[in-house]
Design a protein around this ligand. Structure first.
Ligand code: FDA
Length: 307
């Protein structure tokens, strides 16, 4: 019941100001956000990769309202890539990008987002890595997939995310699997209407498995974005049946969630990538993490009361 309320709050400016300004928010935020600056995130990247994990770095932020903020976001990614170059991690450190941070919702936003993301993808390719386009709410997806297709003409390794809760996703999965794309499959983290998305957890999980099957049997590279133990076990079984070797797909989890499981899977020989978000505009990302697990909200509420 709480999830939808928190997701609605994740898009409220008044709540954003209230939660972001509260000093007691910080310790809770730090569980999910790996620092505010490149200097803070680089040691975390080193720690994770030294431990046998891989990373996908996300400069947090979304729904920006001026073109200047979109170019600032692009520059933040370019600065990050320059720093990653020094670490020599290649594809072990990729980037995740939200096109709404690159101006997708502004007038002329499709072209603006493409113009902003292209130099990031080019810079990533120069240091031997790539970029995955995150999936935001359903109204943004036609534009995201068109940008993904455009970028893949020059950079076929560019990935994208699909969300199991949307009715459209099985068709998207078939197209992307046939095209040989890198695809991250997730359950979906936004508040979506019943006209476009399953609302029931069991229906979402079933759709996830159907999509997983399509991806595993296809030509592309499946990236399984989930912490759900059942889906992780099903992935391993479907990969075995499809004849995929351990490095022909990967698991992905979020920084701060099920860290021991990340290490365990990596020790079994799986590729495990940790989606590592950092930056100052963490509000939307943080609220979605609270919405996914009500216990996080209790932890957060307790920290507000006991300070
Ligand atoms: P589920 O929510 O059923 O959780 C399974 C178990 O994982 C829980 O029982 C709990 O133990 C643990 N868990 C899950 N979330 C937790 C949390 N917040 N705090 C503590 N424990 C938690 N979504 C989207 O719409 N667009 C996107 O681009 C992405 N990108 C993305 C990248 C990666 C690498 C991941 C892992 C996830 C995303 N997501 C996303 C988020 C995704 O849609 C989904 O909301 C979360 O992954 C939670 O779903 P699970 O599959 O983990 O299952």
């Amino acid at each position: 019941m709480l999830g939808p309320v928190i997701l609605a709050a994740s898009r409220s400016d008044a709540m954003r100001r209230l939660v972001s300004a509260a000093p007691m928010t910080k310790p809770v935020v730090e569980r999910f956000i790996a620092g505010e600056t490149v200097d803070e995130v680089v040691p975390i990247v080193k720690h994770l990769t030294d431990g046998g994990l891989e990373v996908s770095l996300d400069v947090v932020g979304e729904d920006i309202t001026t073109p200047e903020r979109s170019t600032a976001a692009r520059d933040a990614y370019l600065e990050l890539i320059e720093r990653l170059d020094g670490l020599g991690l290649g594809e072990r450190a990729e980037m995740s990008v939200k096109l709404s941070l690159f101006g997708q919702a502004l007038p002329g936003g499709h072209e603006l987002a493409l113009a902003n993301v292209r130099p990031v993808v080019e810079a990533a390719a120069r240091i031997g890595t790539t970029v995955t386009l995150d999936a935001e709410d359903h109204t943004t997806l036609d534009s995201m997939f068109a940008i993904h297709e455009e970028l893949r003409k020059d950079f076929p390794e560019t990935g994208c995310v699909i969300q199991a809760y949307l009715f459209r996703t099985e068709d998207d999965a078939r197209r992307l699997a046939a095209d040989g794309s890198r695809v991250r499959i997730v359950k979906g983290a936004y508040k979506e209407p019943a006209s476009v998305a399953y609302q029931d957890k069991a229906a979402i999980d079933k759709a996830y498995v159907r999509i997983l099957k399509i991806l595993m049997e296809g030509q592309g590279y499946p990236m399984i974005g989930s912490h759900d133990p059942r889906l992780i076990a099903i992935t391993q079984e479907l990969a075995r049946r499809a004849g995929r070797k351990l490095h022909e797909y990967e698991f992905q989890m979020l920084y701060g969630i099920r860290g021991e499981e990340q290490v365990r899977l990596a020790a079994e020989g799986h590729r495990v990538r940790v989606y590592t978000a950092y930056g100052t505009d963490w509000y939307g990302y943080f609220m979605r993490r609270l919405a996914e697990k009500p216990a996080n909200l209790l932890f957060f509420a307790r920290s507000l009361i006991t300070k």
